[in-house]
Design a protein around this ligand. Structure first.
Ligand SMILES: [Zn+2]
Length: 374
């Protein structure tokens, strides 16, 4: 059964590809399809966007953190859509791509919606679902891939179990139990159910009674369990000190961490070539010596650079390793920022290219944790 994942133009492409990679790391009968088409809501914004209706009750309560003001500014500036506008887009995408009624359409958007739900299924019946993609880090202090993937998987399961919103409302838990059916009024409360990754015994019984395919239920449970494990791996790093295994994947040599739910490092081809070079040299190499390794860096860059001419490839590499230019140091800083954003500062220290000026630069982590997947 296909679950088609789309994004609107305001939601960054990495959010969709990361969430899709995470969900697809739990194979099964549900197939999560990352759709390249991007939809837009701009036609609704000729006038200043309407303000959300429930800012104070849903978002403003109980938030008392230094970033509050910053968060509120972002929230207020973001346009707000009605559920109808969102689900009309889902219906258009379904038609354009000839997606059958049995398959799911999920739309990721950063925009607010008028009821301020974090995610919702189409009340009119079709298997459409949206997930709001922003602010998760603010509420959960964790990688937003996890709650977004959780919302998608639980949205699919809810649609298969319940006949509609009234049915759902008759069963959801007003008091949080750490169950998928906790009705979370605040993004903060979702933390409990995502971290627990559990389903209470009442809900298990209901899922069984309603005859949902055990293959689908099994896969969704393994997604919940996996998200929980990946989150814990990251959150417990400061205590456990467990450094994750790094995989280099396929022809494009993408860099991913399976124990963190296939978390990927989004490096551009030149940055990736430089990173792969330092992976090949655990002993470290001073930046000023890079011209001696030109052939090796050229070969790495050529293997991942999309269809550029040999001349262009050579020019870019020469510029990067030119000792009188600052290009290489700038790239190392950019890589450092991307790695730190992905892993958090503690874990990142093993994966950044480090070393004082004039000394060999190296990536410190133990190379026995490196796996090359052709
Ligand atoms: Zn329950």
């Amino acid at each position: 059964m296909n679950v088609h994942l789309f994004r609107s133009g305001d939601c960054e492409p990495e959010v969709l590809s990361d969430v899709s990679a995470l969900l697809n790391s739990f194979p099964g009968i549900l197939n999560f399809v990352e759709q390249p088409e991007v939809t837009h809501f701009t036609e609704f914004f000729h006038q200043p966007p309407p303000k959300p209706e429930f800012l104070t009750s849903f978002y403003n309560n109980k938030i008392d953190r230094p970033e509050k003001e910053d968060f509120e500014n972002r929230f207020q500036k973001r346009p707000t859509l009605s559920w109808n506008q969102i689900f009309d887009k889902c219906s258009q995408l379904r038609q354009q791509h000839d997606i059958g009624n049995e398959e799911f359409v999920v739309l990721l958007t950063s925009y607010n919606n008028n009821l301020n739900w974090f995610s919702a299924g189409n009340p009119a019946g079709p298997k459409d679902h949206f997930v709001q993609t922003d602010d998760w880090d603010y509420f959960l202090g964790s990688d937003r891939r996890f709650p977004i993937a959780y919302q998608i998987a639980s949205g699919v399961l809810k649609k298969l179990v319940f006949s509609g919103y009234q049915d759902l409302q008759d069963h959801w838990h007003e008091e949080p139990r750490g169950c998928m059916l906790d009705f979370c009024k605040e993004k903060k409360q979702i933390s409990l159910k995502v971290r627990t990754g559990d389903i209470c015994s009442d809900c298990l019984k209901l899922i069984h009674e309603r005859g949902v395919s055990p293959a689908v239920v099994g896969q969704i449970f393994s997604i919940f369990d996996g998200i929980r494990t990946h989150m814990l791996f990251k959150n417990r790093f400061e205590i456990s000190g467990n450094v994750p295994v790094l995989h280099i994947l396929g022809r494009n040599k993408d860099l991913a961490f399976p124990e963190l739910g296939m978390l990927r490092l989004h490096l551009n081809p030149l940055e990736k070539a430089l990173y792969l070079f330092f992976l090949n040299h655990p002993e470290g190499v001073p930046i000023s010596h890079l011209p001696d390794y030109k052939a090796e860096i050229l070969e790495l860059y050529a293997s991942i650079s999309p269809a550029d001419s040999r001349e262009t490839i050579e020019k870019r590499v020469e510029e990067m390793i030119d000792p009188v230019k600052n290009s290489c140091s700038e790239k190392i800083s950019r890589i450092k920022r991307k790695v730190t954003d992905a892993l958090g500062p503690g874990m990142a220290s093993f994966f950044i290219i480090s070393g004082a000026n004039g000394t060999p630069k190296k990536i410190p982590f133990d190379r026995s944790l490196l796996v090359i997947q052709p």
